[in-house]
Design a protein around this ligand. Structure first.
Ligand SMILES: NC(=O)c1ccc[n+]([C@@H]2O[C@H](COP(=O)([O-])OP(=O)(O)OC[C@H]3O[C@@H](n4cnc5c(N)ncnc54)[C@H](OP(=O)(O)O)[C@@H]3O)[C@@H](O)[C@H]2O)c1
Length: 259
């Protein structure tokens, strides 16, 4: 059994996931990094960063929406390390195009729901079962599961309803997993980012620049992937050991209801 804790991060090749992976490597975790392809430039950048920190990097190709493919991935990670200490369910997509709710297609709905909700829920289910078993095997083992949702889990955008629906569902996934796993001593948290500068928001850059300069975000700036990476590191460290099922909104204050 490996003595080094292991972090599994989906959607690790870029953006928020990459920053989370680097933060967790800095906290002393070996990194099992998942994205659709192991050969991308992003996975190469992450691999070098993790190894520079002195931790092991295990790149894994998986389309998270393929729930049957998840079985082999979990088996491979456990075969290599014998443990999984933290799962960060971060992979997610926006709709390929923004359409009015009344024109939303079933195809787009299924794509977004399968990647953003079904995939993470069944991945968490598989890993949670392993964590329950691992708790009996490893002394001092403190497993954590994180769901990366969005402020869109509680805010409506009528031109990307499928995204909002998927994130609202994922928010409840965090709650039900926290509820079920509390008696297993597994912490579950929802991390809820606001407007973060990544590939996902690049197409909307002008719109968000204007909203931010017009005061929409109380902190008056974009969020950066590192803002999320730091927060996840704090959850992983055990700073929030007497909490579970909590929502950590990291949005520069979008949570404030102003009059
Ligand atoms: N950026 C924001 O403003 C923002 C705000 C709130 C919440 N979020 C959420 O934060 C998470 C990360 O977002 P981001 O902004 O970092 O996005 P991003 O830069 O577009 O990165 C998305 C990541 O997900 C991976 N991915 C996409 N589809 C996948 C699939 N089917 N299977 C496995 N991996 C897949 C991508 O890897 P490959 O393309 O290499 O496969 C990539 O690593 C998402 O869940 C997103 O909804 C983002």
């Amino acid at each position: 059994m490996n003595n080094i804790p292991v972090a599994v991060i989906t959607g690790a090749s870029r953006g928020i996931g990459r920053s989370v992976a680097i933060s967790l490597a800095s906290e002393g975790y070996d990194i099992a990094a998942i994205s659709r392809s192991v050969d991308s430039e992003g996975m190469g950048i992450l691999g070098s960063a993790v190894e520079k920190i002195g931790r092991e990097f295990f790149p894994i190709g998986l389309d998270i929406s393929c729930t049957s493919c998840q079985v082999e991935v979990v088996r491979n990670i456990l075969g290599r390390y014998g443990r999984i200490d933290i799962l960060v369910n971060n992979a997610g997509v926006a709709p390929l195009q923004r359409d009015d709710l009344l024109d939303m297609t079933e195809e787009s709905y299924n794509r977004v729901m399968n990647i953003n909700l079904k995939g993470p829920v069944f991945f968490a289910q598989k890993i949670a079962k392993e964590m329950i078993w691992l708790r009996q095997q490893i002394t001092g083992y403190k497993p954590v599961i994180i769901f990366m949702t969005s402020v869109s889990s509680v805010r409506s955008s009528t031109n990307r309803a499928e995204y909002c629906l998927s994130k609202a569902g994922l928010s409840m996934a965090s709650t039900v997993f926290a509820d079920r796993l509390s008696k297993e001593d597994i912490r579950v948290f929802e991390v809820r980012p606001g407007i973060i500068q990544t590939d996902m928001t690049v197409k909307m850059k002008d719109k968000y620049n204007k909203m931010i300069s017009d005061g929409f975000v109380p902190a008056e700036r974009w969020g950066f992937p590192e803002d999320i990476g730091k927060a996840v590191a704090s959850l992983a460290r055990g700073d929030w050991d007497f909490s579970t099922g909590m929502v950590f909104e990291i949005s520069g204050g979008l949570n404030i209801h102003k009059l």
